[in-house]
Ligand binder design. Structure first.
Ligand code: DGY
Length: 438
């Protein structure tokens, strides 16, 4: 695909997936609004219609809970029944602070919206509509961070926990295998359910049924406690201080501080969170043996020691010391030298690596977008260029898919990416990287 046709293609997909107020990630597989998807997607819309970018974020925040939790799915259309788990299965009415409408899931996702707002403001610094929208939504975004610090950080360390793999954004990463293995499934108590995803996407590109049983188990656990963190913290066998979740939160804290200072808003609370989070991340999550950041398993009491893509997101949040950043850059550079598009989502040398199965190996556009910006900030310009051009090349060859094969030799034999097609954030991130013109 030629570059101009890529821009047209990205616009076509964003228009195709627009649903009168929000954007679905892809028409069939994910027919509602997803939390972190919609952040990246709003950047894409801003190139053609800034008001769509604003409406996208307004729609998302219309599902925010009273306690500040920003759900990972907003079910704007209650009649759409081709997705599991749908709003009725989540049953979030058990929590009195969940809005009646729109219905939502009961878990959250990476808190990208602070840095998305800053990115939009950098693009349109003087746009009055955008400025007034940002001022209006600022307290709600801060509230979503306050929720994470107040309810997901009971030891007050500055690092939030997740209790479901779907919250991490990296659903079936091998990172979570050991924690999920702690869960014994009793078939007589697990509710009957039917997956839709494997009817729409090839099953060897999706999580396994073993994993889905455990996703449903953890959903039920959340519901049992009315999605209240205190009980979940006591009981959940899956409790992780994740790298990507915390890096994104730290990046967004900083963006909100920058925005607040520009508009004369109070940023004291944000600065306190930020100071503690940044130093705790840098120390607690750095794995000396692997020379990368690794999630901390609260139940297991140690690192989940794998090289994978979440640790690299720290670059975008300006967390690593120069030495740590150099190690992360070396890792990317070595993968490039070995014939991989960078960056595969999981350690290519691990027996758990699977180059086509969702988060067990493929390349993801939004991750490349964050890593690209992080590398640039640290001055690793050559690596940044490769991260950018690798994604663009994958999209040119294989179109706008959800994720991509990372092995160059294998890509040469393929005509499509993996997972959902006509994918919104792939369109948005590619478009933004094209416009960046590194
Ligand atoms: C899915 O349905 O696979 C989503 O990633 C869960 O949010």
């Amino acid at each position: 695909m030629e570059l101009e046709r890529l821009v047209d293609g990205a616009e076509r997909i964003l228009t195709l997936n627009w649903r009168d107020g929000f954007t679905v990630p892809t028409g069939k597989l994910y027919p509602f609004q997803w939390n972190w998807d919609s952040g990246f997607t709003s950047i894409g819309h801003s190139y053609f219609q800034l008001d769509y970018a604003i409406r996208e974020l307004q729609s998302l925040f219309s599902g925010q809970w009273e306690n500040g939790m920003l759900p990972h799915i907003i079910f704007h259309n209650e009649n759409e029944d081709t997705y599991f788990p749908n709003h009725d299965f989540w049953g979030t009415h058990v929590n009195p602070g969940a809005p009646q409408r729109p219905k939502s899931s009961g878990i959250t996702q990476p808190a990208v919206h602070g840095f998305i707002l800053e990115n939009l403001l950098e693009k349109f610094p003087d746009n009055e509509d955008l400025i007034s929208f940002v001022k209006h939504i600022f307290p709600d975004v801060v509230k979503s961070h306050r929720f994470l610090y107040a309810h997901r950080d009971p030891q007050r360390e500055g690092l939030m926990f997740i209790f479901h793999p779907w919250e991490s954004g990296r659903d079936n990463s091998p990172l979570w295998d050991e924690s999920l293995e702690r869960i014994e499934i009793d078939a007589s108590t697990l509710p009957h359910y039917q997956r839709w995803d494997t009817r729409i996407a090839p099953s060897d590109e999706r999580p396994t049924s073993y994993q889905y049983d455990r996703y449903v188990y953890l959903l039920q656990l959340g519901k049992k406690y009315r999605y209240d963190e205190a009980g979940i913290f006591e009981e959940s066998p899956f409790l992780i201080q994740d790298t990507l979740m915390n890096a994104v939160l730290i990046k967004s804290n900083q963006s909100l501080i920058n925005i607040g200072k520009r508009f004369g808003l109070d940023v004291g609370e944000l600065e306190e969170w930020q100071q503690q989070s940044r130093s705790c991340f840098k120390e607690k999550l750095w794995n000396h043996e692997l020379q990368t950041f690794a999630p901390f398993d609260v139940r297991g009491g140690g690192h989940i020691a794998f090289k994978e893509i979440g640790g690299l997101a720290s670059l975008y949040a300006d967390i690593p010391s120069p030495v740590q950043a150099q190690r992360l850059n070396d890792y990317l550079w070595s993968l490039h030298g070995r014939g991989f598009y960078i960056c595969p989502s999981f350690d290519v040398d691990s027996p758990l690596f699977d180059s086509k199965r969702y988060w067990r190996g493929p390349v993801w556009s939004q991750m490349n977008w964050m890593i690209y910006h992080g590398l640039k900030k640290y001055g690793f310009v050559e690596t940044a260029k490769i991260v950018r051009s690798d994604l663009i090349e994958l999209v040119r060859k294989l179109c706008f898919y959800e994720y991509y094969e990372p092995q160059k030799s294998k890509v040469a034999t393929l005509t499509a990416g993996y997972g959902g097609s006509d994918f919104s954030w792939t369109a948005a991130c590619t478009l933004d990287l094209l416009k960046d013109g590194a």
